[in-house]
Design a protein around this ligand. Structure first.
Ligand code: NDP
Ligand code: BG6
Length: 504
């Protein structure tokens, strides 16, 4: 019988989190917390950070004595900040009272990003609001990267809590635009903060199915035995998005899809998929293994890179050479993976009506040709379809395994491809999955580093991607145009097939 999870079970996620926060902080009832949103007037704050804080507060998983302070240059009131966020908050009819309580815990202060006195002012306001000079402080930098350096410096200088209060600094990508700028920024942070205090967000690490990879790989004998070059023919990590989301265009034109998505989100997924089994589930052990496998990635050959550009987007300047499509095939030179192609493909196109992110692990052909006779129809040679494990990150989280089965009811060995299907919204009906930002912000409260990027991981990811970006530019790699209606780039599919992928 199928065990269905009911709506009541939603609470199991939050109940566990609540217990973890309270057990981490025995003095939870008296200890104060201040959560700072630096860049409170901006897009990320409006669409993600304020709504997430509201949901966490509504669900009762935040510490009891908490206040939230928004900070940016614009002269605004907290009411205006909340008005801007209102449509993303999704407040239900019966939640107005608790929403009012949440609003009362919030305040807004305006100030510069480069003047000591403004941060001194922020510090004294925070002391006053929290009634404690040693409140734990969390700073979310929802700012453009050009002000990261000055803001992080001023926070460290002027806004540190008195002991035993701790400080945690949450930073959004981009962490540099290449290896050099990323290292420079890391060195800057290292002078001001301990690695313990820094939480580099890659929000893909907060997604349910990305978090599930560890469990899937290391708690199932059936997978752990075949997770290697002997059984796996190739791995694809695919990201697709409709162009135009979040008003990208000019920002994106400077960055391109390799820096925006592949260097971080897809490389993170790759490292979890390919790493060796960590010694434990602690953040350090997991991140040690992620770094180790990244170190084994061989330099990418230019012939294994394909870039494309969507040509019907008015937001993109005519002379732009920024890729909106990229496929990178890379190889991990270690005993487990030698020779197995890992294909990272990211695409933005208007032709797509949904965003999609998935992992496809294709297994090798079955040796021996026992079923040849059953498969050949009208003298056309067919081979047995390959097994394929698909982990769908979004939309509609799912894990399914494509396998061959005997066509039901047939007398002979007629074979058809089918799926062992674990689609989440069928199997776990009514379970609410917290979104990535909810999980990650809670992780910061709990001091859990598992889902944050360590500086050496970042450095390795840039080490792999940086030379390719430089070569694309230097050698003026041809940018293949694609149009509305195109589902992909022929050359990219051909390259995957050349590496042994079979599309059925
Ligand atoms: P915004 O462009 O909205 O900037 C946030 C705030 O910073 C603005 O409201 C503005 O506040 C101030 N600001 C803007 N430009 C400058 C400037 N040139 N110099 C100084 N201050 C400036 O950024 P987002 O909120 O979109 O993004 C914040 C960070 O998060 C960025 O690093 C971005 O890359 C990252 N990010 C964003 C995502 C998103 O969905 N938006 C997704 C993933 C990452 P004021 O003028 O009031 O001071
Ligand atoms: C961000 C990129 O990191 O991820 C955006 O900067 C992209 O360009 C976004 O749209 C995708 O995230 P998600 O969660 O919508 O898949």
């Amino acid at each position: 019988t199928t065990k269905k999870f009911t709506v009541e079970k939603i609470d199991y996620i939050y109940e566990r989190l609540r217990t973890q926060i309270t057990s981490n902080e025995s003095s939870i009832t008296s200890q104060s917390y201040v959560f700072f949103i630096i860049g409170a007037s901006g897009d990320l704050a409006k669409r993600k950070i304020y709504p997430t804080l509201w949901w966490l507060y509504r669900d009762g998983v935040l510490p009891k004595n908490i206040s939230f302070i928004g900070y940016s240059r614009s002269q605004l009131t907290i009411e205006q900040i909340f008005e801007n966020s209102h449509k993303y908050m999704k407040i239900q009819e019966d939640e107005h009272d608790i929403y009012e309580k949440f609003l009362k815990l919030n305040s807004y202060i305006s100030g510069s990003y480069d003047k000591s006195e403004d941060f001194e002012n922020l510090n004294s306001k925070a002391n006053k609001i929290s009634h404690q000079v040693n409140a734990h402080r969390l700073f979310y930098l929802a700012l453009p990267p050009n002000v990261y350096e000055s803001v992080s410096e001023l926070i460290s200088k002027h806004c540190r809590p008195a002991s035993p209060g701790w400080l945690r600094l949450i930073i959004e990508k981009p962490f540099g635009k290449d290896l050099e700028s990323s290292n420079k920024f890391s060195q800057h942070l290292n002078k001001l903060y301990t690695e313990e205090e820094i939480y580099r967000i890659d929000h893909y690490l907060g997604k349910e199915m990305v978090q599930n990879i560890l469990v899937l790989r290391f708690s199932n004998r059936i997978f752990s035995r075949v997770w290697n070059r002997d059984s796996i023919a190739g791995v694809q990590i695919i990201f697709k998005e409709k162009i135009g989301t979040h008003g990208h265009g000019s920002y994106f034109d400077e960055v391109g899809i390799i820096r925006d998505v592949i260097q971080n989100h897809l490389m993170q997924i790759l490292s979890i998929l390919a790493m060796e089994k960590p010694r434990s589930t602690t953040g350090e052990d997991i991140r040690d293994e992620k770094v180790k496998v990244l170190r084994c990635i061989a330099p990418i050959k230019l012939e294994n890179v394909i870039v494309g550009q969507y040509i019907d987007d008015k937001n993109v300047p005519k002379d732009s050479t920024t890729p909106t499509y990229a496929q990178i095939i890379l190889f991990i030179k270690n005993e487990r993976w030698d020779g197995v192609p890992f294909i990272l493909r990211a695409v933005r196109s208007k032709a797509l009506n949904e965003r999609k992110a998935e992992i496809r692990i294709q297994f090798r052909d079955v040796p021996g040709r026992m079923f040849d006779e059953e498969l050949s129809e009208n003298n056309v040679e067919r081979t047995l379809a390959r097994d394929e494990l698909v982990i769908r990150i979004q939309p509609d989280e799912a894990i399914y395994l494509k396998i061959n089965t005997k066509r039901p009811g047939e007398m002979n060995f007629s074979i058809e491809e089918t799926e062992l299907d674990l689609t989440y919204n069928e199997r776990y009906q009514g379970v609410k999955l917290p979104n990535a930002y909810e999980r990650l912000i809670l992780d910061v409260f709990m001091g859990s580093k598992i889902n944050f990027v360590r500086s050496d991981e970042l450095q390795e990811a840039w080490r792999i991607i940086d030379p390719i970006l430089a070569e694309i530019e230097k050698k003026k790699l041809q940018i293949i145009p694609y149009k509305f209606g195109a589902i992909g780039i022929r050359e990219a599919f051909d390259a995957a097939v050349k590496q042994g992928f079979i599309y059925t």
